[in-house]
Design a protein around this ligand. Structure first.
Ligand code: DAV
Length: 360
């Protein structure tokens, strides 16, 4: 017979509405066991040449060991830095990403990594949402985070997973034209999105259409979250669109850091101060398999005044300091190579605050 234990009245275990409220608990990714993604044609629209080459030649094979170890050390330092500021840090399970898997319609020689939880998961209020990833090799990537998600659920957290996409060829029959860079690499065959195409502003959430996020996926999210949350699809001028978090990054209510070319002025932000991100300083020779150097603006807010920034991005540190922020510098260039910076490589599970409306 089960005995009923009354739950103590504490704050919810999962609760995060914005990108800037004081951070209390966060997942920091881990790259160990990571392998190059396996090539699929829809990647052509988003990946740098170096990535395209590596994924075609080495899909399913381990990331370069030394660079990977340096990146994992940077992730550990980030975790320790956050812990040192009183923030609870949790990490994903160990997974061997080099195992092949298949569906009845396709096969993948391996997965990718546990380094980028932001791509896979979004916390909306008290609920963790699992995204339906459109890269076949990322189908099982969330498994590394399932131990955490199950534990949050057992302690009262919400858990919502989008329908598992089939990822059959019809999805990749998009209208992207590599010459003109118009159109999208994916069709409306079924709902797909990456969680990192969404950005949270309390009960308003913005989203960009991208080469991994279709209208069907945005509509699924809209209906799944219900009328309490408003999802605004906004235009972003990025022919390689995949993830909004190096284009439009809110740092505090009324303070928006934007990419100087990708941001398209929008009435939602009419009352917001806009800061154009300074040019990144990353040398062109640095290995970047997934992203552009604009990862410099992929920062993590610890609260409305405090931002974690890559140590060598001095123009960014100067600009944010002048804008009234305290910058916490952390080395992160090796992590950059494998697909993201501080925002991508983390998932805030709990921040103070209870949402609200911040957009015009
Ligand atoms: O500029 O390559 C990176 C977004 C990472 N989540 C870029 C976009």
């Amino acid at each position: 017979m089960h005995t009923h234990h009354a739950e103590p009245a504490t704050t919810p275990v999962v609760s995060s509405f914005t990108e800037w409220d004081p951070l209390e608990e966060v997942v920091v990714g881990r790259l160990a066991g990571g392998v190059f993604p396996s090539w699929q044609d829809s990647m052509l629209a988003t990946m740098p040449d170096e990535g395209i080459r590596a994924f075609k030649e080495s899909g399913g094979r381990p990331f370069p060991a030394e660079h990977l170890a340096a990146a994992d050390a940077e992730l550990d330092t980030l975790a320790a830095t956050l812990q040192g500021r009183g923030i609870k840090v949790v990490r994903p399970d160990d997974v061997d990403y080099g195992r092949a898997f298949s569906s009845p319609q396709w096969q993948s020689p391996g997965g990718m990594s546990g380094g980028m939880p932001r791509d896979l998961l979004i916390v909306v209020g008290d609920t963790i949402v699992e995204a339906p990833m459109s890269w076949r090799c990322r189908t099982h990537e969330v498994d590394a985070f399932r131990g955490l998600i199950k534990s949050y659920f057992q302690r009262g957290g919400g858990w919502l997973a989008a329908p598992r996409p089939q990822l059959s060829d019809e999805l990749f029959d998009g209208d992207f034209n590599p010459e003109t860079e118009q159109g999208y690499a994916i069709s409306e065959f079924e709902p797909v999105f990456d969680a990192a195409d969404f950005m949270r502003f309390g009960h308003d959430i913005i989203v960009q259409r991208s080469h991994v996020t279709n209208e069907f996926g945005i509509n699924w999210m809209r209906r799944a979250l219900g009328p309490e949350f408003r999802i605004h699809e906004i235009p972003v001028d990025d022919p390689h669109a995949m993830h909004i978090d190096a284009s439009i990054v809110p740092l505090a209510p009324g303070k928006l850091l934007v990419h100087p070319e990708r941001y398209v002025p929008h009435p939602l932000f009419k009352d917001w101060e806009i800061l154009e991100a300074p040019k990144p300083v990353l040398p062109a020779t640095w290995p970047m398999y997934f992203c552009s150097a604009w990862l410099s603006m992929n920062v993590l807010s610890l609260d409305e005044r405090t931002v974690v920034v890559e140590r060598q991005e001095e123009p960014m540190i100067e600009a944010l300091t002048a804008w009234g922020f305290e910058c916490v510098p952390v080395d992160f260039r090796h992590v950059y190579s494998f697909g993201g910076s501080f925002h991508c490589a983390t998932l805030d599970v709990r921040r103070q605050g209870s949402g609200g409306r911040y957009l015009g």
